[in-house]
Design a binder for this molecule. Structure first.
Ligand SMILES: [Ca+2]
Length: 248
């Protein structure tokens, strides 16, 4: 399988676009997706090389509400947790509405983590959230301003002998929501493109533990009905076996 060090740029002008696997996510407004209540969208975490590695991750998004619920979550490529989860946005549980970033790791079978509070970042408006993942260093920025740096327990990416992470968005609170208008990934050492590159599905599909009442829309804009998650996964695996690429 090819290492997926490819740029990604998703504007949500065509439904879920490159992030085709979602449950309970609203894409009725062209150019954005909205997660409210219990909802999520994520690339498939199919193995250590799923998703993306070192580089710059930029997400234009808006949090509404001041409670935990919304998340910009980079999930471990191998879908194992506790593990290599990196969160570009969560909300503190103290009612202050403060936002923060986190690096998680597996410490002897238990979840361990380190956080950085994003001081002065307000909810209710769109911000550019950015994570720069480099060897030994993760930097969080909001609207171009550095909000925190973590240098301990920074994982190696797949190309360096470690594991990649998949891009995802979650919301699990009826009093909060997360609206996302743009997602971009630029591999380390490359310059962000001036215009969105054509999407290729190779960084492709997704997986997360499916919630009990999944409403998944895997086939991008073609249907919105409930879908059997296991059947989708089986089809993706079959396609991969037959063609060498992940697709539905
Ligand atoms: Ca957009």
């Amino acid at each position: 399988m090819a290492i997926t060090e490819k740029a990604l740029s998703e504007s949500f002008d065509n439904g879920f676009g490159t992030l085709g696997n979602a449950w309970n996510v609203d894409h009725s407004v062209k150019g954005e997706i909205k997660l409210a209540g219990h909802s999520g969208i994520m690339e498939w975490a199919t193995g250590r090389d799923a998703g993306h590695g070192y580089g710059t991750y930029t997400v234009n998004a808006k949090v509404d509400g001041n409670q935990p619920g919304p998340g910009i979550v980079f999930w471990p490529g191998n879908d194992q947790w506790p593990g290599q989860e990196i969160d570009l946005l969560e909300v503190t549980p103290d009612g202050s509405g403060r936002q923060y970033g986190t690096v998680h790791w597996n410490e002897g079978g238990s979840d361990a983590y380190e956080t950085r509070i994003f001081e002065g970042v307000e909810s209710g408006v769109f911000h550019d959230y950015q994570m720069i993942w480099e060897p030994g260093r993760i930097t969080f920025k909001v609207d171009g301003a550095e909000k925190g740096v973590i240098t301990d327990h920074v994982p190696l990416d797949f190309a360096s002998g470690g594991m990649n992470n998949t891009i995802g968005f979650l919301n699990n609170n009826h009093d909060t929501s997360l609206t996302v208008r743009h997602v971009e990934f630029t591999p380390l050492g490359e310059t962000a493109p001036d215009s969105a590159p054509a999407f290729t599905p190779e960084f492709g599909p997704i997986i997360l533990p499916a919630p009990e009442e999944s409403v998944i829309t895997p086939d991008v804009a073609s249907h919105d009905g409930p879908v059997d998650w296991n059947a989708i996964a089986a089809q993706v695996m079959a396609n991969y076996a037959a063609t060498g690429s992940w697709h539905l």
